[in-house]
Write a protein that binds this ligand. Structure first.
Ligand SMILES: C[S@@+](CC[C@H](N)C(=O)[O-])C[C@H]1O[C@@H](n2cnc3c(N)ncnc32)[C@H](O)[C@@H]1O
Length: 228
């Protein structure tokens, strides 16, 4: 948790062993998971829908979507994470297709009713390419759910300094401020690929009990729902 990591790919491989440890490096993602599932379910009936989970990591969200009856494919560039995801899904008797590779490089993924991309876009060099790719694997009426970190002084202080260096709830080096992305920037990219944003909602973190709630303040972490 205290190690300083500069290479993002190495970092997700290095901590892959910890994906299903609810008190480990990814404990906040476990705590956030019920809220993001609720967010999706309140906006879309997912039973039998084809869903792609981009940057699925160890499959924390993929598994919950699969349990709700969705046909889930998860993709992640970290080989170790995908191996953990496959193993865990098998143990849970869940049928999820997992692919190892960068979303920007893989071809012939097919078409999806819904794409989920949580806590991922802030880790890639070219977010425009990611949104462009999402445009190519979706059709009219497809849904997109994302979460990411806004870019401003407040998000730098809370999502970077507090989370990584003071509260130590996120491994050091996980986030790079320059890659944070504003709702305005995301909206512009999405519009170019025929997505309309249905809602943007703030995610509020309570450091005392390490819990998350939805709110109006989108200055640090936010959820986004868009439809094509
Ligand atoms: C912070 S984790 C989020 C994991 C998962 N979405 C969750 O919230 O539980 C970000 C994940 O995105 C993956 N990732 C980063 N760049 C990627 C790319 N270009 N293609 C696919 N996955 C990528 C990383 O390997 C990592 O597992």
């Amino acid at each position: 948790m205290t190690k300083n990591n500069n290479n993002q790919e190495d970092l997700f491989d290095e901590y892959a062993y910890d994906w299903w440890n609810k008190t480990g490096n990814y404990k906040l993602l476990h705590k956030l998971n019920p809220l993001r599932l609720e967010y999706i379910l309140s906006r879309l009936e997912i039973k039998n829908k084809k869903i792609l989970d981009i940057g699925c990591g160890g499959g924390i969200l993929s598994e919950e979507l699969s349990k709700m009856g969705a046909k889930v494919t998860g993709i992640d560039s970290s080989k170790k994470s995908i191996n953990i995801a496959k193993k865990h899904a098998k143990e849970q008797d869940l049928e999820i297709e997992y692919i190892n590779g960068s979303i920007l490089d893989v071809s012939s993924l097919g078409n999806f009713d819904c794409v989920v991309c949580f806590e991922m876009i802030e880790h890639i060099h070219d977010p425009k390419k990611l949104i462009e790719k999402i445009g190519t694997i979706t059709q009219k009426k497809s849904h997109l759910f994302m979460s990411t970190i806004n870019r401003n002084l407040k998000s730098f202080v809370f999502a970077k300094i507090f989370a990584e260096y003071i509260l130590n709830v996120v491994p050091r080096g996980t986030h790079q401020y320059a890659k944070f992305i504003t709702p305005y920037e995301l909206n512009n990219m999405l519009e170019q690929h025929n997505f309309n944003i249905s809602s943007i909602d703030g995610i509020l973190f309570n450091p005392i009990n390490e819990s998350f709630t939805l709110g109006n303040d989108t200055e640090v972490n936010y959820f986004l729902h868009a439809e094509k």
